[in-house]
Design a protein around this ligand. Sequence first.
Ligand code: 5GP
Ligand code: MG
Length: 180
Amino acid sequence: MEHTIKLHDRHFRVMIPAAEIDKAVAAVAARINEDYKDKETPLFVGVLNGSFMFMSDLIKKIEFNSELSFVKLASYEGTATTGDVKCLIGLNNSLEGRHVIIVEDIVDTGVSIERMVRDLERLRPASIAVCTLFFKPNSYRKQIPIEYKALEIGNEFIVGYGLDYDQLGRNLKDIYVVTD
Ligand code: 5GP
Ligand code: MG
């Protein structure tokens, strides 16, 4: 029987082994190295929590001087009437005039990344590019260009390598897909 793991109530099997993820990360890093080699100190902005492992491997393959920061979209807890308003926390760097590369774990419908790009645009960076580990082309319905996609998948639900199923599975070094 095929090896499966259990997270909460669901079973998962390996879909993309670590070696294949590493190759995809190397390929996307090579493109970024080429595109940004003459740009003034680019800033990588990782979106927590999902992107931490991708960012860690990606940044080790970057050959130009760069800065790194992480942000989180948190629910705004000001007044009861703005319960679904999200705000960006954790950004210490001034983005004005900077070349920003947003690092995401996965772009699905695009709602989250569109929100992130719009928020960061207001801080007047010189440029913004999106780099995502996974892209779901059949699900994406936004116009924001996604310049760097390490891997494209269907609409299946995946976990591992930073991605979670209800907070479990982020530690896994392979990517797993749900089987039931
Ligand atoms: P979007 O706003 O693009 O629809 O969704 C992006 C977010 O949905 C991701 O940051 C991630 O939290 C979650 N997501 C979408 N697809 C998957 C998936 O296959 N696995 C996991 N673990 N999260 C996903
Ligand atoms: Mg995410």
